[in-house]
Write a protein that binds this ligand. Structure first.
Ligand code: PEP
Length: 258
C-alpha cells in the first residue's frame, strides 16, 4: 500500500518545564518549524497550565506550530474533579490531543474503553487526535506485538466514522522503548506500522488507511530519526525526552522534512 500520509512530528513535554522555560522552548521550536511547515506538521504538547500563555505566544508569532494537549476527559462538563474537557482545550487554542499515551495506560491505568471515549470526544469536537498504541516488553518477547496493536487500534477507534479519520494520527510507541534509550529497529518498527495500517485498511478501506500518519515513538533522537522516518510506513515521530531541547527537536523536525 502506498502511503500518502503527511509527516507529523510531536513533542510531548510530559510533566516538564515551567512557565518561562515552556515559553522559551515553544518560541524556539516555532522558529525551527516555520520554514519546514509545507513539508511537515509539527505539534507541541505542553503541560495544561501553560497552554494559554503558549497559545498566545504562538498566535503573536504567527506560528505554524500546532498546539497540543497531553490528555483530556471525555465528558463535556460537570463533577469530574481534576479533569479537563475537550471544549476547554479548544477554548485555549488546542488543535490536537493525545489519547491513550502509554503513561496514561500503564501509570494511570486507563483502559481501552476510556481511551475510546476520549478519542471520540476529541474527534467529535473537530480536533485532531493522536491515538497511542504499543506493546509492553513481555508482550513483545512472547510475540504479541501485532495482536496488542490491533486490539488497541480496533477498540480505540470503535464508533469513529470514516470522515473523522482525516483528523487521526496513530502513534506506535512500544512501551519498553519510551524514555528508556532503547529504540525499535527501523525494520521492526516498519513491520509494526505496516500491520497497523493493515488494520486501518480493514476497518476503513485502503485509501483512507494510506492517508493516516503513523508516528513512531520511543527514544527518538536527532541521531536515529532519519533512519526511522525513512521507512515507508513511518510518517513522523512522537518525541518525549528529545523534544525538551529545542536544538535536538529541530533536527528531528528536519529529519521529518527530508
Ligand atoms: C513519548 O513521550 O511519547 C515518548 C516517546 O518519550 P521518549 O521519546 O522520551 O521515549
Amino acid at each position: 500500500m502506498t502511503t500518502t500520509a503527511r509527516t507529523v512530528i510531536g513533542g510531548n513535554w510530559k510533566m516538564n518545564t515551567d512557565r518561562a522555560a515552556g515559553l522559551a522552548l515553544a518560541r524556539a521550536v516555532s522558529d525551527a518549524a516555520k520554514p519546514l511547515a509545507s513539508k511537515v506538521d509539527t505539534a507541541i504538547f505542553p503541560p495544561f497550565p501553560y497552554l494559554p500563555i503558549i497559545s498566545q505566544a504562538l498566535c503573536d508569532a504567527g506560528s505554524s506550530l500546532w498546539l497540543g494537549a497531553q490528555d483530556c476527559y471525555h465528558a463535556e462538563k460537570g463533577a469530574f474533579t481534576g479533569e479537563v474537557s475537550v471544549g476547554m482545550l479548544k477554548d485555549v487554542g488546542v488543535k490536537i490531543v493525545l489519547a491513550g499515551h502509554s503513561e496514561r495506560r500503564h501509570v494511570l491505568h486507563e483502559g481501552d474503553d476510556l481511551v475510546n471515549l476520549k478519542v471520540r470526544a476529541i474527534l467529535n469536537a473537530g480536533l485532531w487526535c493522536i491515538l497511542c498504541v504499543g506493546e509492553k516488553l513481555e508482550q513483545r518477547v512472547t510475540g504479541q506485538t501485532d495482536t496488542v496493536n490491533e486490539r488497541q487500534v480496533r477498540l480505540g477507534l470503535r464508533e469513529v466514522s470514516p470522515d473523522q479519520l482525516a483528523r487521526l494520527v496513530i502513534a506506535y510507541e512500544p512501551v519498553w522503548a519510551i524514555g528508556t534509550g532503547k529504540t525499535a529497529t527501523p525494520a521492526d518498527a516498519q513491520d509494526a506500522h505496516f500491520n497497523i495500517r493493515g488494520v486501518l485498511a480493514d476497518m476503513f478501506g485502503k485509501d483512507a488507511a494510506a492517508r493516516v500518519p503513523i508516528q513512531y515513538g520511543g527514544s527518538v533522537t536527532a541521531a536515529n530519526a532519519v533512519e526511522l522516518m525513512a521507512q515507508p510506513d513511518i510518517n513522523g515521530a512522537l518525541v518525549g525526552g528529545a523534544s525538551l531541547k529545542a536544538e535536538d527537536f529541530a533536527k528531528i523536525i528536519q529529519a521529518g522534512a527530508r
